[in-house]
Design a protein around this ligand. Structure first.
Ligand code: BG6
Length: 318
């Protein structure tokens, strides 16, 4: 409570800190139109993003377990310094399982990322405990913003404060809420190569003109364009995922069998979610001492008509 500093307040938009069920601070961002987002200090995980009508846009499992140190199933956990199991660390790295702090004095960001947004700055620094399994000192700053148009923006800045270079992989593990997975098309990944986690990371080339879903999918699309569209036919709305510094896109839906095997996920909930993660996976980021890396994600929701014709697609940047 009481963090009413310049770091979390914008002169137009309200930001409010409260405690969740476990007594962990969570930050609510609101825009003047009534859209909102909520971020937990646990994992710096975005746990809710609502449009101005109050409609939730991110999936959270009804069986999610809100108990530290594990990240709860939903929202946007941040995967760092490892994505998945491509390394010796715990699955998806430790950042999502740590307590973060509010960064009262973040280094400045470009004006487009500050002005007229409701935002909060969080920070995670390496601890002695983490150094035992990942011996590199870092400072990870995450700004979560809600824009006046209701877009959700996440900007990660990771700095090497070590004497030696280190490398890492990264993902914004984004659980999108969808009406019905069988009605979903993902555009922007066609013709790309992908690594299939369901076939020992074997490399394939996407053949279809859009990605649709009729069974389990666990893939990493490589070197994708910087805008991806997730079209929800039933809701007639489209998520636009814009990214910078994040070449790869992980796409995950557990489908029925894996859903039943996950204790913190309902048997049928795979129908209402799709993970589309802006990420750096195939070629990890290499940071020299004192260097900083930035990875930016911007999520918007637009009516599907906006993107449904050729002109619309161009407008959407696809
Ligand atoms: C996906 C991975 O990104 O995340 C899957 O590709 C994994 O293999 C899934 O099962 C969920 O991971 P977790 O650790 O949140 O259960």
């Amino acid at each position: 409570m009481g963090h009413h500093s310049a770091a979390v307040w914008d002169f137009k938009a309200a930001t409010e800190i409260s405690k969740d069920w476990n007594g962990i601070d969570q930050i609510m961002l609101r825009n003047p139109q009534g859209a909102s987002a909520r971020v937990s200090l646990h994992g710096a995980q975005v746990t809710s993003w609502r449009n101005e009508k109050g409609q939730e846009l991110l999936f959270t499992s009804s069986k999610a377990i809100f108990k530290a140190p594990k990240a709860m199933r939903g929202g946007i956990p941040v995967c760092f310094p490892q994505f998945g199991n491509c390394g010796s660390l715990e699955l998806h790295g430790f950042a999502r399982n740590r307590m973060w702090a509010i960064d009262e004095n973040p280094p400045p960001l470009p004006a487009k990322d500050s002005s007229r947004n409701s935002f909060v700055d969080l920070i995670l620094k390496s601890t002695d405990e983490d150094m035992k399994c990942w011996p590199h000192s870092f400072e990870f700053r995450l700004r979560v913003s809600l824009t006046t148009t209701g877009d959700l923006t996440l900007i990660s800045r990771i700095r090497n404060v070590n004497g030696k270079p280190f490398s890492f992989s990264f993902a914004y593990h984004t659980y999108l809420m969808v009406s019905d997975i069988s009605e979903i098309r993902v555009e922007g990944l066609e013709t790309l190569d992908y690594l299939d986690n369901l076939s020992q990371k074997e490399r394939f080339t996407e053949q279809g003109d859009a990605i649709t879903f009729e069974s389990e999918v666990d893939r990493v699309y490589l070197s994708s364009p910087n805008i991806i569209a997730v079209l929800d036919h039933e809701r007639k709305q489209t998520f636009l995922i814009r990214k910078e510094g994040l070449p790869d896109v992980a796409v995950w839906n557990p489908w029925d069998k894996k859903s039943k095997a996950m204790t913190d996920f309902g048997d049928d909930e795979y129908k209402q979610m799709l993970c589309v993660d802006a990420a750096v996976i195939e070629k990890p980021v290499n940071l020299k001492p004192r260097e900083e890396w930035t990875g930016r994600l911007q999520l918007s929701v637009v009516p599907s008509s906006f993107c449904s014709d050729r002109f619309g697609l161009e407008r959407c940047g696809l």
